[in-house]
Design a protein around this ligand. Structure first.
Ligand SMILES: [Zn+2]
Length: 411
């Protein structure tokens, strides 16, 4: 009897020592996406993190979600519209938040512009961005030709000339010695991840010195294993630009962490069974960027139809194998919203798969160390509320009625 009293007393003491947590927000009547479907739950924000409990917690503010569908924030797995210039950053951030895209990966940006806009990013009322800064390529390789032509045609990068662009707008290396030399410069810019270019690497030797392939060649594929070692030793991840199935196989075989484009992003290339097997072995993230093909839509409808066929086939086979597919657009005039809508329109994947590629898979690829991309206890309190079920009708992903980022409601 005396023992029982003591136990009861000590339990009471414990309770007073750890009072019930006070939440900043309580969200009633929401249907929360749990990765499989939507379930009714009361969600709280406690210490900036999500909490789901049957117990009634005290809350500073209670919000009635009115049967709204709650999804993790969307994410952009590949773009260049942040860090490619300093001007217009406010409008770009506004566009991302409007579209519900809270996380973004920039595989190719300028360290100069990144520094100029740093105070406008990675805070509760802005987009969280991971930058590769500039990537490694071969002499005269991609993106050198592209950057030079953007300079000539549109006056981009006014702080630079074609002569000052090397080591600022791209890093070129053809030999192991050059790679090591450039690596020190790459690291000095404090990238969040590393980008390298393969560009029909199966033709590396013939493209290397051929003027007709200026800007359409990449890094010596023989350097890739060395580069992966340097990247991983620095605690970073390597994203590789690929064009062909051979590029993708070379990148995966060397241990790349991210494939920055799915072959067939603007061609009829098919991903081979061997390459899919390699992707499954390494669990590399594969970023789609399939809207790039839209350049053919008006110009050459027959080509466009064939590219879409290849895109559908590649997506179905990679999804069936269980590959880590990520939504990314590579479209500087858009966020990943257009890419997600394009994917839904292809009819190759169901809405749930695309939603997970756009939220969980992408968020985990952009910031692998953070608890984001899922609506679970302890995850960062960031989400969107939709006026409609996106699993039934994908257009509901655009009907955003509430945006919450880092525990704050965005106006
Ligand atoms: Zn790109």
């Amino acid at each position: 009897m005396r023992m029982l009293v003591l136990v009861a007393l000590s339990l009471a003491a414990c309770e007073t020592m750890s009072p019930t947590p006070v939440s900043t927000y309580r969200f009633d009547n929401g249907l929360w996406f749990d990765g499989r479907g939507f379930t009714s739950a009361t969600g709280y924000i406690v210490d900036g993190a999500l909490k789901f409990t049957e117990n009634n917690l005290a809350a500073e503010t209670t919000i009635d979600l009115g049967g709204g569908y709650v999804v993790p924030p969307y994410c952009e797995g590949h773009n260049h519209n942040i860090g490619g210039a300093a001007e217009g950053i406010e409008e770009t951030v506004e566009r991302y938040l409007q579209d519900g895209v809270f996380y973004a990966m920039m595989p190719g940006s300028f360290a100069l512009y990144r520094a100029q806009i740093a105070d406008k990013l990675n805070n509760p009322t802005s987009v969280d961005v991971a930058f590769a800064n500039n990537g490694l390529t071969g002499a005269g390789g991609h993106p050198r030709g592209l950057r030079e032509s953007l300079m000539d045609r549109f006056g981009l990068y006014p702080e630079f000339t074609k002569e000052t662009l090397p080591d600022k707008g791209y890093f070129e290396a053809d030999t192991l010695a050059q790679l090591r030399e450039k690596w020190a410069l790459v690291l000095a810019e404090r990238p969040d991840f590393i980008k390298a270019m393969l560009y029909f690497s199966e033709e590396y030797e013939t493209r290397k010195d051929d003027p007709s392939h200026y800007g359409r060649r990449g890094l010596n594929p023989a350097l890739l294993p060395e580069l992966v070692g340097l990247v991983h030793d620095a605690g970073l991840r390597l994203a590789v630009h690929v064009e062909s199935d051979a590029d993708m196989a070379t990148a995966l075989g060397a241990g790349a962490d991210i494939i920055a484009h799915l072959p067939s992003y603007d061609s009829t290339a098919r991903v081979s069974d061997d390459t899919i097997a390699l992707a499954m072995k390494t669990n590399a993230a594969i970023v789609t960027t399939l809207t790039v093909a839209k350049r053919f839509e008006q110009r050459s409808p027959e080509v466009y139809a064939k590219v879409l066929e290849a895109q559908r086939e590649n997506l179905v086979r990679l999804d069936e194998a269980g590959a880590m597919l990520v939504v990314g657009s590579d479209n500087v005039r858009d966020t990943s919203r257009g890419e997600a809508v394009h994917l839904a329109g292809l009819g190759a994947l169901d809405n749930k798969t695309i939603l997970k590629m756009w939220t969980e898979n992408c968020a985990q690829t952009v910031f692998p160390g953070r608890r984001i991309g899922r609506l679970q206890d302890g995850y960062e309190a960031s989400f969107l509320v939709l006026n409609g079920d996106p699993l039934e009708d994908f257009s509901a992903t655009g009907k955003i009625t509430l945006r919450v980022k880092d525990g704050q409601i965005l106006e």
